[in-house]
Ligand binder design. Structure first.
Ligand code: ANZ
Ligand code: ZN
Length: 804
C-alpha cells in the first residue's frame, strides 16, 4: 500500500516534462489550436487569480492536444511598467534587475503549478529583442500618419514635479504625496485609433466567440452617435459658435448655450471684462476633476454666464452663453445648445440658475412650439431640421465617436523608448530600422521628479538626424505599456525572428487565437488596442486577417469572505502555501471545480480539503486494483451491475468531453467524475466484478483527470501499467452501445398526476406497459373503487390511467 505523495510525484513529473521539452510546439500536419492566457506583470509572486487564469488555459491546452490538435500554448511577461520604477525610487533598486529577478521567481512558481507552456517561446516586453520590434512598429505607424504629436493636458503633480498616469491620481490628489494634481499642457504622442473607430465597431458583430457583455462594453466605449453640427452666431463677436447635437429636433427649445470652460472662445470672450476673474476661478476649481467625474449624472451641475448671447439660427431667438462643468472640451465641438425641457443635465442646470424651460416635444413624441415643424414626429423632425440646417449652409450631419486618440507617451523610465529624433531642419524623424533598438540607458536618476528620467542620462539624448545627419535630440519619453501588449500574441508565433517582428506566413497560419483567457478588467483597453493593432498591421501588409481573438473567456474573480482577495483587505491565500500543503494538483482541481470559469469563485478551505481527499481516493482505488487488472478477462456476458458501471463509465466520458469542449464547464465535468469514482468503489466490492471492466474504468478515470490534475494522472497512468506519457495519448471515444440502457424508468399517472414508477425493459410493447401498470399493487389500490375510462401508454415515458 503506498500513499499519495504529491510532493514527490509533482517534482518527478515536472522534471521529466522539462527534460524532454514535453510542450514544445513544432511543425505538424495536425490542425492548429492557439490557446493563450493574458500574460502577467512580473510582480514576483503569483496570486490565486493567476492560478485560476492559467489553470483554465492549461486544461484547454492539454485537452485540445489529446483531441488531436497541434497546440500552441505560450507564456511571457508584460514586463515594463510603474511598479519597477516605484521600487527604483523607493529602494534604489535597478528596475531591470528587479524585473528579471521577479520573472525568474514567477517562472519557478508557474513550473510548480505544472503548466504546459512551450517555454522556448517565452517573451519579455522589456528585453531589447522584443522592444526593438515595438519600436519598429511605432515607426511604421508614424510613416503611415497613425502616430502624431499634439499638445494636451496631462495630470501633473506640482510637488513631485512629474506627470502622473490617471491611475496615480486618487480623488484629485497625487498618490505619492497627496498634493492636489493639476493639468499641465504638454506635447504628447498619440496613435490615431479614431481612424479605425467605425471598423472596430462594425467588426464587433464578427466576434461570435466573445461574451456579450464585453462586446457591449467595447461598443459603448467607441460610443458612436449620429447628429448634426450647427453654427450659432454670437452677438458682437466675429466668430460663429459650432455645437454638436444628437437632437436637432429639439432646436426650437434651446434656451441657453454652454461652452466647455477650456473652450478657446472663452478667453477671447471674457478677457478684459468683469467676467474674467470669475471664469479663471471656475477653471481652477474644475481642473482637478476627471472627465469621468464631469460626465457623471450625479455631478452637481455648476457654471456661470460669460456676458454674451447667441442667436438660434432656426427661431432667431437670443439666448445667453454659459460655461459649465458638465460640458467637455474634447467631445463633439466642446460646446452645446442646451434644451432643459428634454435633457436631464440641462434641466438640472436650468433649475439651479433659473433659466427658461421650453417644451418642444409633447408626450406623444410630436413636435410643438416649433413653428413650421409643429405636428411632425420627433423622428421626422430630426431629418427635416438637418435638411433645413444643411440648406441654410450653417451645418451638416455628423457622426461622433466617444473614442479618443490613444495618448501613448509617458514621462517614465521603465518603458519602451520612443524611437524618434528631433532635428531643427527635419522635425521629428523616426530612427532607421538598422539603428533599432534604441536601448534604454542605465545612467539615469530616479528622483521621482522632473519630466522624464531619460533626460538625466548623459548620452541618451545625443543623436544625429537620420535624414540630414545634423545634430539632433532624442525623444526622452517612453511608450504606454499597453502598446507592448498589443502585439505580443504575434511575437509568440515567431519569437526568435531577427529580421521582422514576426513572419507573415506564420502569423497567417497560427492566428487568430482560438481561445483567449483573461480578466474582464481588460474588456476595453487591452482588447480594443490589440484589435486596433491587428487592423493596422493588416493595412501595412504584415498579415492577412482582421481580428486577433476568435474566442474569449473572461474568468471571474477569486473571492474570500465575499470580497476580492487583496493585500489591502488582508484576505489573501497564498498559492505557494496551498501547493506546499496539498500539492499543485489539488490547487488546480479546487479552482476548476469550485465554480464555472466565468463566475466568481469563493475560496473555501473545506473545498480544498475535499479536492485533496478526492485525489487521495482515486489514488487508493488505483493502488488497490492495479495488480488485479493485469489478469485481463474477456468481457463475456454482462450482469446488470456490469452494464450499470459501463453505463456510468461511458456516460461520464461523454459528459466530460462535452462539458470541456462546449462552454468549459469544468466544474460539472469534475463532479460527474467524482460520481464515477463512487460507482467504481461500489462495483469493485462485487464478488463477480470483471477485471476488464475495472481496467476500463480506471483507464477512463485517469485519462479524464489528465488535463485537470496532470501530475498525479501521469503517475497513475504508470501504475496501471502504461508506457509513455498520458499527455501524448488520444482522448478516447465513448462506447455508444454502453449508453443503451435495457431497462428504463416509466412513470405511472392517474388522471395526469404521477403516482408511481416502474423499471421496464426498453423494448416493451404498449400493451405490456398498460398491463404491467394496472397490475402494480399501489396502482391497484388507488384505482380500486373507481371506473377506469381509458389507459394511455407513451413508450419509454409513461402510462396514464384515466379514472372516474
Ligand atoms: C441638445 C440636446 C437635447 C441633447 C436633448 C441631448 C438631448 P452623445 O449621445 O453622448 O453623443 N453634448 C454634445 N457635446 C457635448 C460635450 N462636449 N460635453 C457634454 N455634452 C455634450 O450625446 C450628445 C449630446 O450630448 C448632444 O445632444 C449634446 O446635448 C450633448 F434633448 O444637444 B444634445
Ligand atoms: Zn535633419
Amino acid at each position: 500500500m503506498s500513499n499519495y505523495n504529491f510532493a514527490e510525484i509533482e517534482k518527478k513529473w515536472q522534471s521529466i516534462w522539462e527534460d524532454k521539452n514535453a510542450f514544445r510546439t513544432g511543425e505538424s500536419d495536425k490542425p492548429k489550436y492557439y490557446v493563450l492566457e493574458m500574460f502577467p506583470y512580473p510582480s514576483g509572486k503569483i496570486h490565486m487569480g493567476h492560478v485560476r487564469n492559467y489553470s483554465i488555459g492549461d486544461v484547454v491546452a492539454r485537452f485540445m492536444k489529446m483531441r488531436g490538435y497541434n497546440v500552441l500554448h505560450p507564456m511571457g511577461w508584460d514586463a515594463f511598467g510603474l511598479p519597477a520604477e516605484n521600487a527604483a525610487i523607493k529602494h534604489q533598486a535597478n528596475p531591470d534587475k528587479w524585473t528579471k529577478e521577479n520573472i525568474k521567481d514567477m517562472k519557478e512558481q508557474f513550473k510548480l503549478l505544472g503548466l504546459s507552456y512551450d517555454w522556448d517561446r517565452e517573451v519579455a516586453t522589456c528585453l531589447p529583442d522584443y522592444y526593438k520590434w515595438t519600436q519598429y512598429l511605432f515607426t511604421k505607424f508614424f510613416e503611415k500618419g497613425l502616430a502624431y504629436k499634439k499638445r494636451s493636458f496631462v495630470n501633473w503633480c506640482p510637488s513631485c514635479e512629474t506627470v502622473l498616469a490617471n491611475e496615480q491620481v486618487v480623488g484629485g490628489e497625487c498618490e505619492r504625496c497627496d498634493s492636489g494634481v493639476i493639468k499641465k499642457d504638454l506635447e504628447q504622442w498619440y496613435l490615431r485609433i479614431t481612424d479605425y473607430a467605425e471598423e472596430l465597431l462594425e467588426d464587433i458583430e464578427k466576434l461570435d466567440g466573445w461574451p456579450e457583455k464585453v462586446k457591449l462594453m467595447q461598443k459603448n466605449w467607441i460610443g458612436k452617435s449620429i447628429g448634426v453640427e450647427v453654427e450659432f452666431e454670437i452677438e458682437d463677436f466675429d466668430k460663429k459658435l459650432k455645437i454638436f447635437t444628437t437632437r436637432p429636433d429639439t432646436i426650437c427649445g434651446v434656451t441657453y448655450m454652454v461652452l466647455a470652460p477650456e473652450h478657446e472662445y472663452v478667453t477671447q470672450i471674457v478677457s478684459g471684462t468683469e467676467y474674467e476673474d470669475k471664469v479663471n476661478e471656475f477653471r481652477q476649481k474644475i481642473q482637478h476633476m476627471s472627465e469621468i467625474e464631469r460626465s457623471s449624472t450625479e455631478l452637481e451641475k455648476e457654471g456661470l454666464f460669460i456676458g454674451k448671447y447667441a442667436i438660434n439660427p432656426i427661431t432667431g431667438n437670443k439666448v445667453p452663453i454659459y460655461i459649465a462643468n458638465y460640458v467637455m472640451v474634447d467631445y463633439g465641438t466642446g460646446a452645446i445648445m442646451a434644451v432643459p425641457a428634454h435633457d436631464d443635465r440641462d434641466r438640472d442646470f436650468a433649475n439651479k440658475y433659473n433659466l427658461e424651460i421650453v417644451e418642444v416635444i409633447n408626450e406623444d413624441g410630436i413636435m410643438i412650439n416649433s413653428g413650421e415643424f409643429n405636428g411632425l414626429s420627433s423622428k421626422d423632425g430630426f431629418d427635416k431640421i438637418i435638411e433645413k440646417i444643411e440648406s441654410l449652409g450653417i451645418g451638416k450631419k455628423t457622426t461622433n465617436y466617444r473614442l479618443r486618440d490613444w495618448l501613448i507617451s509617458r514621462q517614465r523610465y521603465w518603458g519602451c523608448p520612443i524611437p524618434i529624433i528631433y532635428c531643427d531642419d527635419c522635425g521629428a524623424v523616426p530612427v532607421k530600422e538598422e539603428d533599432l533598438p534604441v536601448i534604454l540607458p542605465e545612467d539615469v536618476m530616479f528622483t521621482g521628479k522632473g519630466e522624464s528620467p531619460l533626460a538625466t542620462s548623459k548620452e541618451f539624448s545625443k543623436a544625429t538626424c537620420p535624414k540630414c545627419g545634423k545634430e539632433g535630440k532624442r525623444d526622452i519619453d517612453t511608450m504606454d505599456t499597453f502598446i507592448d501588449s498589443s502585439w505580443y500574441f504575434l511575437r509568440y508565433i515567431d519569437p526568435k525572428n531577427e529580421n521582422a517582428p514576426f513572419s507573415k506566413e506564420l502569423a497567417n497560419k497560427w492566428m487568430g487565437v482560438d481561445q483567449y483567457i483573461g480578466g474582464v478588467e481588460h474588456a476595453i483597453l487591452h482588447l480594443l488596442y490589440s484589435r486596433f493593432f491587428v487592423k493596422v498591421l493588416r493595412d501595412l501588409g504584415m498579415l492577412d486577417f482582421d481580428e486577433p481573438f476568435n474566442n474569449l473567456l473572461t474568468q471571474g474573480m477569486v473571492l474570500k469572505d465575499g470580497a476580492k482577495m487583496s493585500k489591502s483587505k488582508g484576505n489573501i491565500v497564498s498559492p505557494m502555501e496551498i501547493i506546499e500543503n496539498y500539492g499543485a494538483d489539488t490547487a488546480r482541481l479546487f479552482v476548476l471545480f469550485a465554480a464555472p470559469p466565468e463566475r466568481d469563485l469563493e475560496w473555501s478551505d473545506q473545498g480544498v480539503e475535499g479536492c485533496f481527499r478526492f485525489i487521495n481516493r482515486v489514488y487508493r482505488l488505483v493502488d488497490e486494483l492495479k495488480e488485479v487488472i493485469n489478469n485481463t478477462s474477456e468481457l463475456g456476458s454482462l450482469t446488470k451491475e456490469d452494464k450499470d458501471i459501463r453505463y456510468s463509465i461511458h456516460s461520464t466520458l461523454k459528459k466530460v468531453t462535452e462539458d470541456i469542449s462546449g462552454r468549459f464547464n469544468f466544474n460539472t465535468a469534475i463532479s460527474s467524475l467524482m460520481e464515477l469514482v463512487n460507482d467504481m468503489y461500489k462495483y469493485k466490492e462485487l464478488k463477480d466484478r470483471k477485471e476488464c471492466i475495472l481496467k476500463e474504468g480506471l483507464e477512463t478515470i485517469v485519462t479524464i483527470l489528465a488535463p485537470f490534475i496532470p501530475h498525479v494522472a501521469e503517475e497513475l497512468w504508470q501504475h496501471i501499467g502504461k508506457n509513455g506519457s498520458i499527455h501524448d495519448i488520444t482522448w478516447p471515444n465513448y462506447d455508444e452501445s454502453a449508453l443503451v440502457k435495457d431497462e428504463i424508468e416509466v412513470v405511472v399517472q392517474i388522471n395526469g398526476k404521477v403516482k408511481g414508477k416502474m423499471n421496464l425493459p426498453s423494448n416493451i410493447s404498449k400493451e405490456d406497459m398498460e398491463k404491467l401498470a394496472l397490475e402494480d399493487d399501489k396502482i391497484k389500490e388507488l384505482t380500486n373503487e373507481k371506473t377506469i375510462v381509458k389507459v394511455i401508454a407513451v413508450p419509454k415515458k409513461l402510462v396514464n390511467i384515466v379514472v372516474k
